[in-house]
Design a protein around this ligand. Structure first.
Ligand SMILES: [Zn+2]
Length: 607
């Protein structure tokens, strides 16, 4: 009796619960609010840390353990990052065998000394870059507890992202630097060992006090709680940040700071004066503030009060409210990398998809808005910029060409691959950055550019602070376009099938002519067909796929053609030629599709 009442109550409750979960899937997020103090020993490159974390288990599960990242432990000979780097066929030049060669003073480590939960000690085990803490009592669903952790750490010699003394002499690049609680979400725990790339974190508030000797200048996530002058004089750097997934900072005694404001956001530019790049860094703010304004308009308002571009690290790396970037660059490169890292704010820091699982939804989407932004910036002299930094001719050409090159090489791996587990670094790079960018751009061929752009804004508005996955992105694009997109995600995300459509044959008759099109690649796509006549007139047809159950909005001079069933290798279309001479028949004339063979897209009558 009691049992059946219990079941009935549970049933009613779970119906209510599941309705609310569906309304705002996944419906819950863990929360971790950190208050920490760090005492730096700059001579030894070591520090003592102490933090109290209010951790709220908003999940429906009781937790008997938690995992924390101890990223610095990757910088030791024999670590998973080191072994991987020495065995992969195309190692990152910045890493190579450098971890293997680190001396005892140069390695990184994090050693927890005590960890308690509500005053009771946890059983702690350090397993490489992950700290496993068995809780003294289960942390029940819906309950908040207080973890107190004291630890010591040695900052590694800068090799990848964080460390002391980067190649430009920046003293401290402090990223992935503190014991950080791993994310537990609707997929479960994400206790990824630190191998190379891409992260996932819990949103929370950070109250961080860094004690340094006097004379340092510091840039960090969050808002400095005193004036810079006071902090520099006392050596006490107190930052607060609300609702961020990480906290990063950098420090040097020679840093200079320049501050600008745009849309009410404070933008700080911090670098070491140097005759090689002073000029570029003085130019940077005007490009960066324009980019910030562009992203606010194009994607949605940046919600934090400040953003810092600071010299440090080993390239460009994004963190909430701050990016670390190497300084010695020509202007196009400095602007290009800054724009890219800033663009991450929208997808890495705010939408914050699990980057390890869906790296293309972070790097790819970021690269896509970066390319859109580069097109609106005032042009600068590109001479001397290397290929990767130059704005391409077509906004997204570079992404398409990189994607096509890896397809030709036979080394492509599907987008769904975990970021750390690609066979080669280049397969990861192309998938995450280039195919991810093409993924978004190519939606234009299916749902049209205005709905795609509106969809990106809606995706940002609906999914900020929620860790969405591919299906959430798909549903946003489906809802805004009323077109089914299962097939697009299935092919382009889960497989390495490619697109290749061809004009197979054209039968010309005086009044009516017939074109035969052919689907050669395995991946289906709707097609745009342009028919040009010698008198300068033209016809445009849009050919949707049956499985789309709809089509994109048409331009004024376009006509809709019969749907093409993906099962059919060929497709015929008859059009009125009305005695006019044909000059050209062309598929995908705007080159929106990543069609791997463009030679067969055109039937040219003048040749
Ligand atoms: Zn990036």
């Amino acid at each position: 009796m009691l049992r059946s009442i219990h079941i009935a109550i549970t049933f009613v409750f779970s119906v209510i619960l599941s309705t609310s979960i569906q309304a705002q899937y996944p419906g819950w997020q863990q929360e971790a609010d950190y208050t920490m103090t760090v005492d730096m020993d700059v001579e030894k490159h070591q520090y003592k840390g102490s933090m109290s974390v209010m951790y709220t288990n908003n999940s429906p599960d009781n937790l008997d353990k938690i995992f924390l990242h101890a990223f610095f432990n990757a910088f030791q000979p024999g670590s998973m990052m080191d072994v991987r780097s020495r065995n992969i066929e195309d190692p990152d030049r910045r890493v190579g065998s450098r971890i293997f060669e680190l001396t005892a003073n140069e390695v990184g480590w994090i050693k927890p000394s005590t960890l308690t939960m509500n005053g009771m000690p946890c059983q702690v085990e350090v397993d490489g870059t992950i700290i496993v803490a068995k809780l003294p009592a289960p942390l029940r669903a819906g309950v908040t507890c207080k973890f107190i952790l004291d630890w010591t750490a040695q900052v590694p010699r800068q090799i990848r992202r964080s460390g002391w003394m980067n190649k430009e002499g920046v003293e401290f690049s402090m990223t992935q630097w503190f014991p950080k609680i791993c994310e537990y979400d609707h997929h479960g725990w994400h206790s990824n060992p630190y191998i190379g790339r891409e992260f996932h974190g819990i949103w929370g508030d950070f109250d961080v006090t860094i004690n340094l000797p006097t004379g340092y200048e510091v840039g960090g996530t969050g808002v400095l709680q005193t004036s810079r002058k006071t902090a520099k004089k006392t050596g006490k750097w107190h930052f607060k940040a609300e609702n961020v997934i990480d906290f990063a900072w950098a420090a040097d005694t020679e840093f200079v700071v320049r501050t600008e404001f745009v849309d009410g956001i404070e933008m700080n530019f911090i670098y070491k004066p140097n005759k090689e790049y002073n000029k570029q860094w003085k130019e940077l703010p005007r490009f960066a503030t324009q980019s910030m304004a562009f992203f606010n308009e194009f994607i949605g308002k940046y919600p934090y009060p400040q953003y810092t571009v600071i010299q440090g690290g080993d390239g460009g790396m994004e963190y909430p409210m701050i990016t670390l970037i190497t300084a010695n660059r020509k202007l196009p490169s400095l602007v290009g990398v800054t724009v890219h890292e800033m663009a991450h704010s929208w997808f890495q820091a705010l939408v914050a998809t699990n980057e390890s699982l869906y790296e293309w939804m972070d790097e790819g989407f970021t690269s896509w808005i970066e390319s859109e932004c580069m097109a609106i910036l005032p042009s600068f002299n590109l001479d001397g910029g290397d290929e990767s930094d130059a704005a391409p001719d077509g906004l997204h050409d570079w992404a398409y060409s990189r994607y096509k090159r890896i397809v030709e090489s036979g080394k492509e791996e599907p987008l769904i691959t975990h970021a750390d587990h690609y066979t080669t670094n280049s397969a990861y790079g192309v998938a995450a950055y280039s195919k991810g960018e093409v993924f978004v751009e190519q939606l234009e061929a299916i749902i049209g550019d205005s709905l795609r752009d509106a969809g990106m804004r809606k995706y940002f508005a609906d999914w900020s602070f929620k860790h969405p996955g591919p299906n959430d992105f798909k549903r946003t694009m489906e809802r805004i376009s009323d077109i089914e997109l299962d097939w697009y995600f299935q092919y382009f995300m889960n497989t390495t099938h490619t697109i290749d459509y061809a004009v197979k044959d054209v039968k010309v008759d005086i009044m009516k002519s017939t074109i035969t099109l052919e689907k050669i690649g395995h991946m289906p796509m709707p097609q745009d067909l342009l028919i040009k006549f010698e008198d300068g007139s033209s016809l445009k047809y849009h050919i949707p796929l049956v499985i789309m159950r709809g089509h994109r909005p048409l331009d004024g001079d376009e006509q809709i053609a019969e749907d093409w069933p993906w099962t059919n290798p060929t497709y015929q279309i008859t059009f009125p030629s009305m005695g006019k001479k044909l000059s050209k028949v062309e598929l995908d004339p705007n080159r929106i599709q990543a069609d791997i063979n463009l030679k067969n897209n055109t039937f040219d009558f003048s040749k």
